[in-house]
Each structure stands twice: as structure tokens, then as C-alpha cells.
Design a protein around this ligand. Sequence first.
Ligand SMILES: Cc1cc2nc3c(=O)[nH]c(=O)nc-3n(C[C@H](O)[C@H](O)[C@H](O)COP(=O)(O)OP(=O)(O)OC[C@H]3O[C@@H](n4cnc5c(N)ncnc54)[C@H](O)[C@@H]3O)c2cc1C
Length: 384
Amino acid sequence: MKKPVVVIGGGIVGLSTCFEFQDAGHEVTLIDPEPISGATHHAGGMLAPIAEVQFRQPELVPLMKESARIYPDLIARVSRYTDLPTGYRTEGTLVVGADRADARHIADLVDYLEREDLPVDVLSTRQARALEPALSPRIAKAIGIPGDHQLQPRLYARAVLDAVRARGARIIQDTVVALEGASPCTQVTLSSGSLDTAGSIVVLAAGLGAAKIPGWYAGANPLQLRPVYGDMVWVRMPAGMDCLVSKVVRGFVENRPVYIIPRNDGTVTIGATSREDQPHSSTGGIHDLLRDAIRLVPGLEETEFVEATCGARPGTPDDLPYLGWAGSNLVVSTGYFRHGILLSALGARTAVDLVAGRELAQGLEACDPFRHAPATAHSTPSTA
Ligand SMILES: Cc1cc2nc3c(=O)[nH]c(=O)nc-3n(C[C@H](O)[C@H](O)[C@H](O)COP(=O)(O)OP(=O)(O)OC[C@H]3O[C@@H](n4cnc5c(N)ncnc54)[C@H](O)[C@@H]3O)c2cc1C
């Protein structure tokens, strides 16, 4: 008999983790007061290990590439248990620059990608406009990244939740307020009761909320999570009109990033802001996003405004997730920052591999949940 698994957090990371443990033959319990209410609800959903490649982050790039590689298989397996759509699209990504300085930025990106042997198509602006006629004739540079895909995070997360439920997961809509120990974690304390976990595996996948759950470490909290806020604007094409673009368009406008993501339902998502203060959208920030998006794809001006939201990415000091054992039956899986939709596939598979004692496809030393812990912090044995 495989050990039952209790997953804390029903964002994309926790949900994918539930699914993978079910696939591996474990009984799963998911705890979340409101699944899909965190960063996942607000995310763009770009699966973009190449366009989002992070200079000077050599540990992150292989994780992103590996997760992108295994994503299509995970989506296919999820789709066997649900009829809900995922919004998965494989048209690829165009990266465009608005002016000459932005063109230089893209040229630097191309140099880096070519040095790292990552696939990129250098396009003339004419070729880019042949691919996406709605692009402004005034763009200064464009490249194509065929392997960078996208999905609709709200839809995809709902599909995974539906699949997990269909496979018999127990779902407890409650908040975890504490864990009792880590080696082993004997109890999960909820706001309205408790759950015995002595013989179970516990996975702490509560996004930013993970840093507020005490009891599994001694001393100061080892998880240094911080919210990094980002705005998202949703617009809709007028009735009867095709979407303006078919690929994700990532742009730089006077050095400001902006992305334009077409969806299957005729909506377009526009985003890219990033800040550590102000947990709400500012009117100026939304104005800047729309102005930059319209400069790259002028037809966006004719769309219907649907919604603007602000979400919080679970940031870590080094932009790497916290992923690994934190005690004899406790796995931590959080801190996925800007790439949690992409990295959720790898995070979920890794949690299963850890529990199965399998050799990991990717080294996890750089993701140690205790790497930012003050010297006094370490996992705590059960007090029960
Ligand atoms: C504006 C924006 C755009 C983004 N775009 C992209 C993108 O294009 N591509 C990409 O890969 N990533 C993107 N991201 C990042 C991505 O959204 C996150 O990294 C990812 O969603 C993190 O998922 P998660 O499951 O760890 O956390 P969350 O989605 O935040 O989920 C955490 C869950 O835990 C639950 N929870 C919290 N505390 C408790 C508790 N005490 N007890 C029980 N449950 C609890 C919450 O209710 C929530 O449902 C974006 C993020 C933002 C904000």
C-alpha cells in the first residue's frame, strides 16, 4: 500500500501534485479554503522557457526547460479525466521591440540564446508582420520562438481540479493554521479541526501562504517568501472578429516589457508589470500596459475592456523555488515566483519522485527549502 498524501494548497502547484500522486497510485487529500484563488488565478500562463530565459540564473534554466518538455504529456493525461478545456496552445511566441534601443535588447537576447544553443528564429520585421499582420508596421525588431507555448491558467487549473476530484480526491475547504512537527509531521491543524497525518506524506504547496504556516521548523521560518505584484488586463475581440494575433507577443517598449496573449475564447490577456509595493492595480500602471500593448498591436484599441486584476507571485530571494524534503514525511513545494505555471509540471513530478525514492531528473540542491534559513532554523521533530 502506498502512503496517503495530504497536499496543502490548491493552486496550480498543489493541484498538479495531487494529480501526479494519484497517477502514482496514492490516495490524495487536498486542503484549501478556496482552490485557484492565489497567483494561479491571475497568471498569464506562458510556458516560455526560452523567451523568459533568465540571464545569470543557470540553475533555473534547466528546470524551466525540463518542465516545458514534460508539460504536453501531463496535459494529455489530465485530459483523460476531464472534459474541461485547458486553453493549451502551441503556436509559439514572437518577441518584438518597439524602438532601436528595444531592438538592441532583443539582439542581446538572441546572442545569449544562440550561445546556449536554444532555438530562436531571427526574423525581419516584414516576416514578423507576415506571420502576425496585426503587428504595428513600426516595430524595430522581431524574433520567433516556436517552442514557447501557453495555456489559460484559470481554465487549466479548473481542469486539473476536476480531474483530481473525478479520481476520488478528498477535498477539505479549510485553512491550515499549523503543522505538528516535520519528522514526522503528525498532524495538520485546520481552522476548524485537525487531521492526523502520522502515516501520510504531507506536501506544503500553499504558495505565499506556506510562509505563514508554523510548526514544522525550529527557530525562524526558513521560507523567505515575498509577494511580487503584477497586473493583468483582459480584453475581448468585438463579436465576429478573429483574434488579432495567433501567437503570444512579448514586447519591449522603451525598455518596458509587455505581453499579449491570445485565448481560444476571443479574449486577449495583457500583462507584464512587476512591483513589490502596492498590492492593488494602479490606474497609471494599467494605462502604461494598455498604451504599450496598443503601440505593438494597434488594433487592441478597438477591443472591449473586460477586467483588470492584480496578483502576487510567490517570490524568493534567488528566484528559485523551495522544493525538497523538509522532514521525514514533509515535502515543501512553493516559491515558484514568475514561472509557477510552467514549473508546476516539474514540481509535481519531483514531489512524486522524492517520495518514491527515485533518482531525480534534475538536481535539487539549489532548491533546498532550508537554503535561506537563519543558522538556527531546521526541521523539527514531532512533538506529539
Ligand atoms: C500577474 C502574474 C502573471 C504570471 N504569469 C505567469 C506566466 O505567464 N507563466 C508562469 O509560468 N507563471 C506566471 N506567474 C506565476 C505563477 O502564477 C505562480 O508562480 C504560480 O501560480 C504559483 O502557484 P502555486 O500553486 O504555488 O500558488 P498559488 O496559485 O498562489 O496557490 C496557493 C494556494 O494555496 C492556498 N493556501 C494558502 N494558504 C493556505 C493555508 N494556510 N491552508 C490551505 N491552503 C492555503 C491558497 O488558497 C491558494 O489556492 C504569474 C503570476 C502573476 C501574479
